[in-house]
Ligand binder design. Structure first.
Ligand code: CMP
Length: 140
């Protein structure tokens, strides 16, 4: 089924000028970009995005990392987009992510792992609303 997912290119990847490389992988896969922007997240947005991790020891570090520089937030659409994008991204720990995945090819750290994507439809619904109005999701 056609579905949507939320993706964020993290500050480490923007600093390393990997935006184009990462977006081109989604385009090659034939996922449709229905919304996209370059923003500096506020602390409030970062805390809300990572609310499921609020009791983890790395929560504060994660919020500081996510707000240290610009990020690219986007909504991608396609058949089984949530699962397909998670597969393209690879596992959380960049040291363990398989070659050929985005993290496998570009990340060497568990925190600075280049990219985030929703892990379920429910996560997509919660996450994309932190950054986008429904009117910003383009129909084309
Ligand atoms: P993400 O997929 O965005 O979801 C939560 C983020 O927390 C994860 O990517 C990493 O950036 C970070 N993270 C997960 N586990 C750890 C950990 N053990 N130590 C530090 N950061 C982590």
């Amino acid at each position: 089924a056609i579905e949507r997912t939320f993706v964020m290119i993290k500050p480490d990847a923007v600093e390393r000028k990997l935006i184009g490389e990462i977006i081109s992988r989604f385009e090659r896969k034939n996922l449709k970009i229905v919304a996209m922007k370059l923003i500096k997240m506020t602390k409030e947005q970062a805390k809300e995005l990572y609310i499921p991790h609020k009791d983890k020891p790395f929560y504060n570090d994660l919020v500081n990392f996510a707000t240290r520089g610009p990020v690219v937030v986007m909504v991608l659409e396609g058949d089984s987009a949530v699962e397909v994008v998670r597969t393209l991204i690879g596992s959380t720990d960049g040291r363990k992510a398989l070659p050929g995945t985005i993290r496998g090819d570009f990340a060497l750290d568990i925190q600075e792992n280049v990219i985030h994507a929703s892990d379920s439809k429910e996560s997509y619904e919660r996450e994309h609303k932190i950054f986008f109005l429904e009117s910003e999701l383009l129909k084309y």
